[in-house]
Design a protein around this ligand. Structure first.
Ligand code: AMP
Length: 535
C-alpha cells in the first residue's frame, strides 16, 4: 500500500483492462485517426524510450504546442512516465508571454503541431539556443522550416523500443507544468505531480459518475494545453471511457459533425464552444446523435444555454475550477431531492457553480480574512485547499506568497457565496481580469500598454458581457488635454504587443475615471456605467 502513485499506472491499467476503448482524433494533416488504449500503449513506450535516447532525464521540462489529438496524448504519458515534466504551452499566448515561459521553464525539447511551426519560427531566436524541436507529424508531411535542431515525430518515435519498465520515483515528483496568464506581470507556472494527477483523476471519476464511465464516449473540447483538458486524458483511460479529440477544428459545424459521426455522449468545454454548437443544432434541428451530457466550465454557463440543452435532452453539469486546482473544484450534477424540484428551479440551481468534489475544501472570507458563513447570503473571496491544489507557483515565491493565506489555503480571486446545501455561486472577481472565450486577458497589462500611447492620459480596461465570448475588453480612456484621440492608432499600438484576440474591441473616451475610497480606479463603477449605457 505504500507504492507511490504513478501516471504510467493509468496507462498500463487501460491497456490491460480496457484495451478496446478508442481514441479518435481529428488530425491537423486532415481526416480522422483511430487507435485504442491497447494499441497506443506500445507507441507511448517507444516514445518514452526515444525521449530517453535524445537525453531527456528525470525532472527535465519537455514542452508541447499542440491541439487535442493522439500524439499529444502520447506525449502526456511518455514524458511523465520517465519522470520528466510535460509542459503544455497555450498557443494563444502573446509572443512576449510565450518567450517568457519557454525561457522561465527551461524547456529542453519543444514538440510542435504543424499549425504552430510558424509561431515557433518567429520566436526561435529568443528561445534557449540548445532547445530541440520535434514536429508532430510523419515524414510525408514535414514542412520546410527555418528551425534548427528539428526532428520528425514519427521518425523519433520509431527509434524507441516498445519495451520499458516504467521507472519508480517518489509520488510527489513533478509530472506536468502549465502556465496561467492573466494577472499582472508574467504568466505563472502551475506544477502538477504524479500524486496530484492520479488523485485528481480518481476524484473526477467518482464525481462525474454519469459522464465518465466505461464504454462512454467523451470529447474534451477544452484543450490539452489548458489545465490538462480538465483531467480528461487521465480519467478516461482510468475508467475505460473512449476519448474523441477535435484537433484544430473547434467551430460549431466541425464539433457537431465529429460528435454526430462518433456518437459522443459527453462533451467538455467552455460556454463559447457550446454556443457555436447550439447554432449548428438550431440550423439542423437536432442534437448530435448519442449526445446526452455537457460539462460547461471555465466561465459561467449562461442560464439560457442551460435551458436550451436541458429542453433538448442534454443534461448540463456546470463545473468550476482553476488551472491551479488541476483544475476541477466543483460540479453541478443534481441529486435527489433537487431532481424532484420543478424544472425552472433545477435550472436555477444549475446556473450556480455546483458543489465541491471530494478532495477540495472551500471557504469564503471577508477582507480581514474572517471565515464567512455558508448561508447563501454572505459573499467573500473564495479560498481552496486540497490534494490536487498547488502549494505554490513554479519558481515564483512572490506570486506564491500573494496567493496563499497563512493556513495554506489558496486564494482563487473569485468572489462567491455558498448556500447551506453546499452550492457555490460566483458573484464577482477580485482579480482584475477578463475571460474571453475561456482565455485570460490581463486588464492591467492592456492598461500599461495603452498608457504608453501619446493620446492617453489615463485609462482603464473593463470586461463587458459578450454573447459569444462571454466577456470582451473595453478600453476607457481619459485623453491628453487638447488632443483629439485617434482610436485606430491606439488599437494599432496595442496590437503590436498583444495577441490579436486580447486587443479591446473598442475605446470610449471620458473626462475622468471614477475612483474608490482608496483612490484606485473603480472598475465596478465603470462596469455599472457601461451597463447603464452611460459610457
Ligand atoms: P483557468 O485557470 O484559466 O481555468 O481559470 C479559472 C478561473 O475561471 C476561475 O478562477 C474563475 O474566475 C473562472 N471560472 C472557471 N469556471 C467558471 C464557472 N463555471 N463560472 C464562472 N467562472 C468560472
Amino acid at each position: 500500500m505504500n507504492r507511490p502513485m504513478r501516471i504510467s499506472d493509468i496507462l498500463t491499467f487501460a491497456e490491460d483492462a480496457h484495451p478496446g476503448a478508442e481514441i479518435v482524433s481529428a488530425t491537423v494533416e486532415g481526416g480522422l485517426h483511430r487507435t485504442t488504449y491497447g494499441d497506443i500503449g506500445p507507441r507511448i513506450r517507444q516514445l518514452a524510450n526515444a525521449l530517453t535516447g535524445i537525453g531527456v532525464k528525470l525532472g527535465d521540462r519537455v514542452a508541447t504546442l499542440a491541439w487535442n489529438g493522439y500524439r499529444h496524448f502520447e506525449l502526456y504519458y511518455a514524458i511523465s512516465g520517465i519522470g520528466a515534466v510535460c509542459h503544455t504551452i497555450n498557443p494563444r499566448l502573446s509572443a512576449e508571454q510565450m518567450t517568457y515561459i519557454v525561457n522561465h521553464s527551461g524547456d529542453t525539447v519543444l514538440f510542435i503541431d504543424l499549425t504552430f511551426v510558424p509561431i515557433v519560427e518567429a520566436l526561435a531566436d529568443q528561445f534557449p539556443e540548445n532547445l530541440r524541436y520535434v514536429i508532430m507529424t510523419d515524414r510525408a508531411h514535414m514542412p520546410e522550416t527555418s528551425l534548427k535542431n528539428v526532428l520528425c515525430y514519427e521518425e523519433l518515435l520509431a527509434t524507441g523500443s516498445p519495451d520499458i519498465e516504467w521507472p519508480e520515483f517518489p509520488e510527489d515528483t513533478a509530472s506536468g507544468l502549465c502556465y496561467t496568464s492573466g494577472t499582472t506581470g508574467n504568466p505563472k507556472g502551475v506544477l502538477f505531480s504524479h500524486r496530484s494527477t492520479v488523485l485528481h483523476a480518481l476524484m473526477c471519476g467518482v464525481s462525474f459518475q454519469k459522464g465518465i464511465c466505461p464504454g462512454r464516449r467523451l470529447m474534451p473540447v477544452v484543450p490539452l494545453f489548458h489545465a490538462n483538458a480538465w483531467g480528461m486524458p487521465y480519467v478516461s483511460p482510468l475508467v475505460g471511457a473512449s476519448l474523441i479529440f477535435p484537433g484544430p477544428h473547434l467551430d460549431g459545424k466541425s464539433v457537431f459533425d465529429l460528435m454526430d459521426g462518433e456518437g459522443v455522449n459527453s462533451g467538455w468545454g467552455v460556454p463559447t464552444v457550446w454556443l457555436g454548437l447550439l447554432e449548428e443544432v438550431e440550423a439542423r434541428g437536432r442534437m448530435p446523435k448519442g449526445f446526452d451530457e455537457v460539462i460547461v466550465g471555465g466561465s459561467a454557463a449562461p442560464r439560457s444555454m442551460i435551458e436550451t440543452f436541458e429542453n433538448q435532452g442534454v443534461t448540463v453539469c456546470h463545473a468550476w475550477g482553476m488551472t491551479e486546482m488541476s483544475p476541477i473544484g466543483t460540479q453541478g450534477i443534481l441529486t435527489p431531492p433537487f431532481t424532484e424540484l420543478p424544472k425552472e428551479q433545477q435550472i436555477d440551481l444549475k446556473a450556480k457553480q455546483g458543489r465541491r468534489t471530494f478532495g477540495v475544501d472551500l471557504k469564503i472570507v471577508d477582507e480581514e480574512g474572517n471565515v464567512l458563513p455558508k448561508d447563501g447570503k454572505a459573499t467573500g473571496e473564495l479560498f481552496v485547499r486540497g490534494n490536487a491544489i498547488i502549494k505554490g507557483y513554479y519558481e515564483n515565491p512572490e506570486a506564491t506568497a500573494e496567493a496563499m493565506d497563512a493556513d495554506g489555503w489558496f486564494g482563487t480571486g473569485d468572489v462567491a457565496s455558498i448556500n447551506p446545501d453546499g452550492f457555490l455561486t460566483l458573484t464577482d472577481r477580485a482579480k482584475d481580469l477578463i475571460k474571453s472565450g475561456g482565455e485570460w486577458i490581463s486588464s492591467i497589462d492592456v492598461e500599461n500598454m495603452a498608457m504608453a500611447h501619446p493620446d492617453v492620459a489615463n485609462c482603464a480596461v473593463i470586461a463587458v458581457p459578450h454573447p459569444k465570448w462571454a466577456e470582451r475588453p473595453l478600453l476607457v480612456v481619459v485623453p491628453v488635454a487638447g488632443v483629439t484621440p485617434d482610436t485606430a492608432s491606439i488599437l494599432a499600438h496595442l496590437a503590436t504587443h498583444l495577441a490579436k484576440w486580447q486587443v479591446p474591441d473598442d475605446v470610449v473616451y471620458v473626462a475622468d475615471l471614477p475612483l474608490t475610497a482608496t483612490g484606485k480606479v473603480s472598475k465596478m463603477t465603470l462596469r455599472q456605467k457601461r451597463a447603464a449605457q452611460e459610457l
